[in-house]
Design a protein around this ligand. Structure first.
Ligand code: ADP
Ligand code: ASP
Ligand code: MG
Length: 405
């Protein structure tokens, strides 16, 4: 007996049958005598549909109004799930983010959780209610609704588990756990029994959307063990925790992120201070820059190339436009049809040659590398978007050949 936090993603509550399936999972644990807090996402593609409606009405809709609209997705799913649980004859209450005590920063569309005061959740648990909380949302200091960024319900769940010292935090989704690559794209990807916070954080940040990266960051900070598992099968999932017994694997996974664009500033004067000027101006506008490449100066000029997320492309180009006087006669070019493919693994730190193996796989698949970035536990390459799925498959089979399984 204890406190269990269970999070269900959009596909787990997509229709009536799935809602009752989830209600069954929840009430089983409740019947065993546990306190249950459930976090749910909007049903199926609801968030995407609401966003499409918003931008159809006004492509420049303010982020405040967009959040006002898309928080409705989770409001619907908590109410419907609570109704299903009522129907099964169990005591339940649904709560929106602000009712559950989530206060966030004011950045609409990408707010951070500032505080979580779970008084109301506790009160409802004391009354023996199953508590169903709307994920992905909170309220800012102006009293307005905010959202936590795509995939943010994972973070809502981990926040509740952290603050309430839950005994178990389960993230139910539409695959059976964390795999060595997206199992929908790479059929022979294999499920990991365990993965460390650091590796999971890299994978999530580099495009494996099975967990939101902020949720992993928070789980690591508060040492909350996560169990990622399927709501549709009863198979054991993946445990995310600090120390793991890795099955002697060099790398734990391959990830792809197509949500990137490459920008090059060509012919920048080759003198000190320019990189500083460009990147400090970008950062002051909250534009995160990822892979950076600078060419060696020739004939008094150099090129600076970097990547940003697609959402920030327009803003980044505007910043560079405003800098035209400072950066001289340089030319700015960009490419949206690129993707970042990465490998992650704590094992690579002590094994030279991992990069060479990755590049060999790309060469064999005839995929051209535009940029490379490395850290202790990851290697990323920027390539043509059209080659990305092929690249992931080639790299995956290089590191996880069937005879190694
Ligand atoms: P939910 O709606 O439950 O939050 P998401 O769609 O956000 O689910 O995340 C689950 C999806 O993540 C899977 O359907 C899968 O296609 C994708 N995915 C990408 N990389 C991985 C990976 N390495 N392991 C498992 N799933 C992955
Ligand atoms: N419904 C939100 C989204 O689609 C939050 C989530 O699914 O976690 O991004
Ligand atoms: Mg998700």
């Amino acid at each position: 007996m204890g406190l269990i936090v269970q999070k269900f993603g959009g596909s787990s509550v997509a229709d009536k049958e799935r809602i009752f399936n989830v209600a069954d999972i929840i009430t089983r644990k409740y019947k065993e005598g546990n306190d249950i807090v459930v976090v749910v996402s909007a049903q199926g593609d609801t968030t995407d549909d609401l966003l499409a409606q918003a931008y159809d009405i006004n492509p420049d809709a303010s982020r405040r109004e967009v959040d006002m609209l898309i928080t409705a997705g989770e409001q619907m799913s908590v109410a419907l799930l609570a109704m299903a649980i009522e129907k099964l004859g169990f005591p339940v209450v649904s709560l929106l983010g602000w009712q559950a005590g989530f206060t966030t920063s004011s950045t609409y569309g990408g707010a951070r959780i500032k505080r979580l005061i779970p008084d109301r959740i506790r009160k409802e648990l004391d009354k023996k209610n199953i508590v169903v909380v709307a994920g992905f949302q909170g309220i800012n200091r102006y009293g307005d609704l905010t959202t936590l960024g795509r995939g943010g319900s994972d973070t809502s769940a981990v926040a509740i588990a952290s603050v309430m010292h839950a005994d178990l935090c389960q993230i139910y989704t539409d695959v059976e756990g964390v795999y060595t690559a997206d199992p929908r794209k790479v059929p022979n990807a294999r499920k990991l029994a365990e993965i460390s916070y650091d590796e999971m954080l890299e994978l999530a940040t580099l495009g494996a959307q099975v967990l939101n990266n902020r949720s992993v960051e928070m789980a690591k900070k508060y040492n909350i063990e996560l169990e990622v598992l399927s709501s549709l099968t009863r198979a054991p999932g993946t445990i995310v925790r600090e120390a793991v017994k890795m099955e002697k694997m060099l790398i734990s996974g391959v990830a792809k992120d197509s949500n990137v664009a490459r920008i090059s500033v060509i012919g920048v004067p080759d003198k000190p201070g320019l990189a500083f000027t460009i990147f400090s101006r970008l950062s002051s506008k909250d534009i995160n820059v990822d892979i950076i490449l600078q060419s060696i100066g020739r004939n008094g000029t150099k090129d600076i190339t970097f990547t940003v997320t697609m959402e920030k492309l327009k803003e980044a180009l505007a910043v560079l436009h405003d800098l035209a006087d400072l950066i001289g006669t340089s030319e700015v070019v960009y490419d949206e049809d690129v993707a970042k493919v990465s490998i992650v693994g704590a094992g690579m730190e002590s094994h030279p040659g991992v990069a060479a193996e990755m590049f060999e796989a790309l060469f064999e698949a005839q995929v051209n590398i535009q940029m490379i970035a490395t850290s202790e536990i990851k290697i990323s390459v920027l390539i043509d978007e059209k080659d990305a799925d092929r690249a992931v498959a080639a790299i995956h089979s290089k590191f996880f050949s069937p005879d190694e399984m």
